[in-house]
Design a protein around this ligand. Sequence first.
Ligand SMILES: CC(C)(COP(=O)(O)OP(=O)(O)OC[C@H]1O[C@@H](n2cnc3c(N)ncnc32)[C@H](O)[C@@H]1OP(=O)(O)O)[C@@H](O)C(=O)NCCC(=O)NCCSC(=O)CC(=O)CCCCCCCCCCCCC(=O)O
Ligand SMILES: NC(=O)C1=CN([C@@H]2O[C@H](COP(=O)(O)OP(=O)(O)OC[C@H]3O[C@@H](n4cnc5c(N)ncnc54)[C@H](O)[C@@H]3O)[C@@H](O)[C@H]2O)C=CC1
Length: 719
Amino acid sequence: MAQYTRVSGSVGLITLQSPPVNALSAAVRQGIVDLMQRALSEPEVKSVVICGQNGIFCGGADIKEFGGQMSGPPLIPMIHAIEAASKPVVAAIEGIALGGGLELALGCHYRIAHSKARVGLPEVTLGLLPGAGGSQRLPRLIGVPAALDLITTGRHVTAAEALKFGLVDQITDHNTVNVAVKFAQRVADQPLDARRISTHPCLCPSDVAVLFEEVMQRVRRTARGAIAPIACVQAVRAAATLPYNQGMERERELMATLFTSGQARALQYFFFAQRAVGRWSMPSGARWDTSKPRPVHKAAVIGLGTMGRGITVALAQAGFSVVAVETQEKQLMEAKQAISGMLERGAKRRGVAPALDKINYGRNIQSVADVDLVIEAVFEDMALKKKVFQQLSAVCKPSTFLCSNTSGLDIDQLACQTRNPELVVGMHFFAPAHVMKLLEVVYGPKSSPLAVATAMQLGKKIGKVSVAVGNCRGFVGNRMLKPYLEQALFLLEEGATPEFVDQVLEEFGFAMGVFRMSDLSGLDVGWKVRLADGLAMPDPTMGQPTRLRQGRRYSPLGDLLCEQGRFGQKTGRGWYQYDKPGSQVAKPDPWLHSFLDEYRARHALVAHRIDHQEVLERCLYSMINEGFRILEDGIAAGPEDIDVIYVFGYSWPRHRGGPMFYAATVGLNKVLERLEHYYQAHPDVPSLQPCHLLRKLVASGSPPIQKWREVIKKVRSQL
Ligand SMILES: CC(C)(COP(=O)(O)OP(=O)(O)OC[C@H]1O[C@@H](n2cnc3c(N)ncnc32)[C@H](O)[C@@H]1OP(=O)(O)O)[C@@H](O)C(=O)NCCC(=O)NCCSC(=O)CC(=O)CCCCCCCCCCCCC(=O)O
Ligand SMILES: NC(=O)C1=CN([C@@H]2O[C@H](COP(=O)(O)OP(=O)(O)OC[C@H]3O[C@@H](n4cnc5c(N)ncnc54)[C@H](O)[C@@H]3O)[C@@H](O)[C@H]2O)C=CC1
């Protein structure tokens, strides 16, 4: 909807009204069309101001409408009509002008923005391009290089930056609508021809062809298979090389391709999934909207290794006072230096002062007595963690929340060491903890809704996307990683090379294939866990490793590499070789290939030809199958939780929506059929056995992903 008022006698004020972000729904578009006609037909009205209610100009097209039949007046002619109007139209931009919202403002003759407003064309993040003239008007207004930057990244810019670009005409600290109304009165009689952006020539640098070539190469390199960034470059190239009308036609063609692509659907699903995870629930029925968090002012981090350092930086940067405890003197010194460096670099990037004074370092756990929340990040060793939780419980205030950054140990066992087990949760960060967006908040059987709500809120305050998950080995992310890694190893045993497996996964869109990823995180990490589990022991009777452990197929390949001191990048050797320890450039290693040949010969394994399809299906479908088990067990409340975890924590390509959305795209019956096929071929691999929920969903006609929760509920109620 939109509302019309006449202000100061001669200005028609059109206010967009569609909470929460004044998106351009069919009703809003209809309102704008009708009210523009009214303003133009009233002789007393000399100029028009368009603004949005509640201090928000416009969040763009209504993304919910994209999934269905579009109705109402189309955006492009609406914006053209505004630009062609005979009376000046001024956009009064408060809050945000994003996507179609900014395109609407670009159709206006003038733009006045509040100093705190942000503007941008984020369509690329939804798998689209600015398809309501934005790709053609923006380069004409601010030049090709700046337009390419904004349109291909989708980044939001501040009002100050927008003014520098010439994207807005004026910024104000006062009431933007009042300023815009006064402005509209001043320009009421001024000629409009020069204010119609579509009539401007496109501002191109002399080496524009080279620029497009460079940008296209960069975009292709970073897009990981996403098509929208490429279409965005093509659309801006059309603005630079074609007359406006032909450019608009090209924009329409490109938009039509994107609009109906699976990628746009995946990215739009993911937009809502990110917001859905904030509405968490626990099997007990506790929920985000009925569980109040307690404020946290002062926090502590125990253990300043890789993770503790990043967590300390994340907390300090968000303004929390932090007590940082490390028992080893040498580690403490190194950590202080590393944390100060991270804070200084971060502050420089953001143009603020480094939050060095927010942190108090110490070697004694007694120094955390008065904090509101502790995050433990000591070695992944249950006995050590239990001891630390006993100490914390004795030292801290009774109300202190005690959290563990464990990658997958039982939160309940830690809670049992404390006086107040209801205040214990997992806060599982991802490395590097001050950079990675994901936080798994893990509730055990004794965790209270208060503790979950507090950890979720803390995550939000430090800029994380937090997902509440249940307690099980590996939680959601690492539990699903296990069958994925396992399949990758089996594929090596059966004839594949690490290079081939990685190439297939990287072509799919992962930032790194599974073996390059293992080399980066360190092969020793998983080895220690397998040793602790009694899995990575050489067979005592044979004197050499066997391929069956604890009743199921097991690949000791990773253990054998670790026994040779090949821990990955840190030792300069792993699944690949590196020039020196710490180097990041992975090169194929002839030693590894001979090692694999010898291994296969020793175990009488005949290498067979493995193709792309087999690598993808075995790695991804086994992981997806585990995802369904996680849903069935109630460890994740819905598929969105899993998808958000995989995109933000494991570099799953966002334009494929996440593993569960991908399964829905491929077709659940196909996933089931292929799992059945592989399970038949490998009956000693239980992770390939299709789980009950997957079968149930297929039997229920493979409902759309938005309906899975209903089937999950039924399956769980029958357990
Ligand atoms: C706006 C934000 C920055 C606010 O952030 P924050 O305050 O943190 O709140 P949130 O929790 O994010 O959001 C609150 C609430 O609002 C919902 N919401 C937000 N934005 C939208 C929106 N645009 N639409 C719908 N709903 C929205 C959000 O989901 C939350 O609700 P909840 O999910 O219930 O919790 C932030 O929200 C944000 O960044 N929003 C997105 C902004 C954005 O990306 N805008 C761009 C939208 S795309 C666009 O504008 C494109 C166009 O306009 C072009 C359209 C052209 C159409 C032409 C079609 C041609 C098709 C050709 C096909 C031809 C086929 C053929 O030829 O046959
Ligand atoms: N490294 C990674 O990528 C990730 C690790 N994790 C988890 O985070 C935790 C920490 O892992 P990392 O930082 O990699 O380990 P790390 O080995 O780099 O650091 C652990 C630190 O804890 C210190 N420490 C040990 N006992 C202590 C005590 N009683 N009091 C104070 N400090 C103590 C050690 O001296 C060391 O500096 C583990 O539980 C791990 O599973 C979670 C996510 C990712």
